[in-house]
Design a protein around this ligand. Structure first.
Ligand SMILES: [Zn+2]
Length: 223
């Protein structure tokens, strides 16, 4: 991702670190002991377990939902909302724009954003204001388009739960990346997310043990 950081612009009103123009975010300002947990590609078969863990630990998180998943599992969209969590847009069908070679990519992304928005709003009645692109795609044309659609684009400071490594090792690498303003990427949908579910309670405990507050991505960025 660093290769894509053309301009490092500081700051918005609360000094979250904004990259590029229009800006996208990958972490908070680092001046407070706060971190955010984010879950992508759901709602899916692991969403209920993630929600149960978050509830048990009294933690709020941010769920970047895929529109087609939100459409097929509205009960979990409602459960996320009812749990007091934040919902972001992760586009409708998770197209990999790094590999998308056709000319109509602007139209496709516009449609993907709106379809996901509609699927989420059908249950929540609220338009999300954060958007995470599939695969963390953050090229200029997409940033422009996302901003035009009324969203702030957010990536993450650390995440690797798609790698096939045991839960204990996964926990260790996440724990090593706890720092002020961190945004952790994890997943509650898309594939087998058992290791994520297994390591999540321990990660939350460790974040709290180190004296951090866990907030939503929107709260962390102040947007
Ligand atoms: Zn994704």
């Amino acid at each position: 991702m660093k290769k894509l950081l053309v301009v490092m612009a500081v700051c918005c009103s609360v000094c979250a670190i904004a990259f590029g123009k229009p800006a996208f975010y990958a972490q908070g300002s680092g001046d407070k002991k706060i971190v955010a947990l984010s879950f992508d590609d759901g709602p899916g078969p692991y969403t209920a377990r993630v929600l149960a863990i978050l509830k048990e630990h009294a933690v709020q998180a941010t769920f970047f939902m895929e529109g087609q998943q939100a459409q097929s599992r509205p009960q979990f969209v409602a459960a996320v909302k009812d749990g007091g969590h934040e919902i972001g847009n992760h586009t409708y069908s998770h197209i990999n724009y790094y590999a998308y070679k056709k000319q109509d990519k602007e139209q496709v992304l516009t449609r993907e954003i709106l379809q996901a928005e509609q699927a989420i709003m059908r249950t929540t009645g609220v338009k999300p204001h954060l958007l995470r692109m599939p695969n963390g795609y953050s090229k200029g044309w997409a940033r422009e388009l996302v901003a035009q659609q009324g969203y702030e684009m957010v990536n993450w400071s650390f995440g690797c739960d798609w790698k096939k490594i045991p839960a204990a090792e996964l926990y260790a690498v996440y724990a090593k990346n706890i720092h002020p303003g961190a945004i952790f990427l994890m997943h509650d949908g898309g594939k087998n997310r058992q290791t994520t579910v297994d390591m999540l309670p321990k990660l939350i405990d460790e974040i709290k043990r180190q004296g951090y507050d866990i907030v939503t991505v929107g709260q962390l960025l102040g947007i």
